[in-house]
Design a protein around this ligand. Structure first.
Ligand SMILES: O=P(O)(O)OC[C@H]1O[C@H](O[C@H]2O[C@H](CO)[C@@H](O)[C@H](O)[C@H]2O)[C@H](O)[C@@H](O)[C@@H]1O
Length: 301
C-alpha cells in the first residue's frame, strides 16, 4: 500500500505499535509519537473523530486544467463509507465550495449526507444536509484586479497563463506554460504588488498564484469546525502551502489536549508539509488507500 514515504528530518519516528494495523501506519517505522497517539484515539473513539482534508492534490490528482480535476473515486467511496462511522467529514479547500462539490461528486453519495465543504479557505460553506450554501461578501477589489491582469501578463510576456476566476479570488496558473517554474518566479513579485495595492493577499500554490481577500485561512477553518462539532480527535490531510496553517492549527490543538493526526499527500512538486506530517502518503492514490484502510478498520470494529 502506498503509505510510508521516506523519513522526515525533524519528525520523531517510532516503532509501529502492534496495536495499530499496518495498513494505517505504512510499511516502515514512519509514524510519529503524536501520530500514533492520535491514531489510537481515533480507532478507539471514531464517533468523536473529525476528518478534515484538502481537495486538489490530496483527493483529486493534479491535472493541467483545474476544471478537469475530479476526485479519485476510491477516495470518495472511502469517505462515503467513513461518513457513518465518524463524527464528520469536512473538505477544506481553496476552491469555491460548489466547485469542489461538483468535481468531487459529493452531492451524489449516500454516505456523504452530513459532509461539509469549506471553500475559498473558509469564506464559503456548503452543507450536504439540506444542500445549504453560505458565503462571506465578495471583496470588491477583485474586479479591479481582474481588469489589470491582462495588461500585467502581457507586459511580462506571459499572456498564455491560465486565469481561474473564482468570484472572491482570482488564480493565475503557470503549469501549462513552456517553463512553469520560471513563469511562476517572474509573476510572483508582480502579482504580490498587484494584490497589496488592492489590500488583498497573494496565496502561492502548485504553479498557481492566487489573489484573494486577506481573511480566513485553513487554520481558522480547522479551529472553527473542531469547536463547532466538539470533536475529540481530528485528522487533517493536505499537500500544498495553503495547508500549512491547518497543520499549525492541528499541532496547536494537540498541545491543548486534542489528539490530531497530520497526513501529507506527497508529490515531487511540493515538500513543505512532509517534515511536519505524522504520516506521508504517496499522493492522492496513497490517500485514497489510507482512507479505505481506515474505513475497513472502523467498520470491522
Ligand atoms: O486547497 P486546494 O483544494 O488544494 O486547492 C488549491 C488550488 O488547487 C487548484 O490548483 C491546483 O490543482 C489544479 C488541478 O489539478 C492544477 O492545475 C494546479 O496547477 C494546482 O495548483 C485550483 O485550481 C486552485 O483554485 C486552488 O486554489
Amino acid at each position: 500500500m502506498a503509505v510510508g514515504y521516506p523519513a522526515r528530518a525533524s519528525a520523531t519516528l517510532v516503532g509501529v505499535s502492534d496495536e495499530l494495523p499496518s495498513s494505517l501506519v505504512g510499511t516502515g517505522d514512519t509514524l510519529t509519537d503524536a501520530g500514533r497517539d492520535a491514531l489510537q484515539a481515533i480507532i478507539s473513539d471514531p464517533a468523536r473523530t473529525l476528518i478534515t482534508l484538502d481537495f486538489d492534490g490530496t483527493i483529486a490528482p493534479i491535472v493541467a486544467d483545474p476544471e478537469h480535476a475530479h476526485a479519485d473515486p476510491d477516495a470518495v467511496d472511502a469517505l462515503a463509507r467513513l461518513g457513518d462511522l465518524v463524527l464528520g467529514i469536512v473538505v477544506i479547500t481553496g476552491r469555491p465550495a460548489r466547485t469542489a462539490v461538483r468535481l468531487g461528486g459529493f452531492d451524489r453519495h449516500a454516505g456523504l449526507d452530513r459532509m461539509v465543504v469549506l471553500g475559498q479557505y473558509g469564506a464559503e460553506r456548503w452543507d450536504a444536509h439540506g444542500d445549504r450554501f453560505g458565503a462571506e461578501p465578495e471583496p470588491e477589489a477583485i474586479s479591479e484586479v481582474e481588469a489589470e491582469l491582462p495588461g500585467l501578463l502581457a507586459g511580462l510576456g506571459l499572456s498564455g497563463a491560465r486565469i481561474e476566476h473564482k468570484g472572491r479570488a482570482i488564480g493565475v496558473h503557470t503549469r501549462e506554460l513552456p517553463d512553469p517554474g520560471e513563469a511562476f518566479d517572474a509573476l510572483r513579485p508582480a502579482l504580490d504588488d498587484l494584490a497589496r495595492r488592492h489590500q488583498l493577499k497573494l496565496e502561492p500554490g502548485k504553479f498557481v498564484l492566487e489573489i484573494r481577500a486577506d481573511g480566513s485561512d485553513k487554520g481558522d477553518a480547522v479551529r472553527h469546525i473542531v469547536a463547532e462539532t466538539g470533536a475529540r480527535q481530528v485528522i487533517f490531510i493536505g499537500d500544498d502551502l495553503g495547508d500549512l496553517p491547518a497543520f499549525d492549527a492541528v499541532r496547536d490543538l494537540r498541545e491543548h489536549g486534542t489528539p490530531g493526526l497530520l497526513i501529507c499527500s506527497a508529490s515531487h512538486e511540493e515538500d513543505a508539509l512532509t517534515i511536519h506530517a505524522d504520516l506521508v502518503a504517496a499522493g492522492p492514490r496513497g490517500v485514497a488507500a489510507w482512507l479505505g484502510a481506515l474505513a475497513d478498520q472502523l467498520a470491522a470494529q
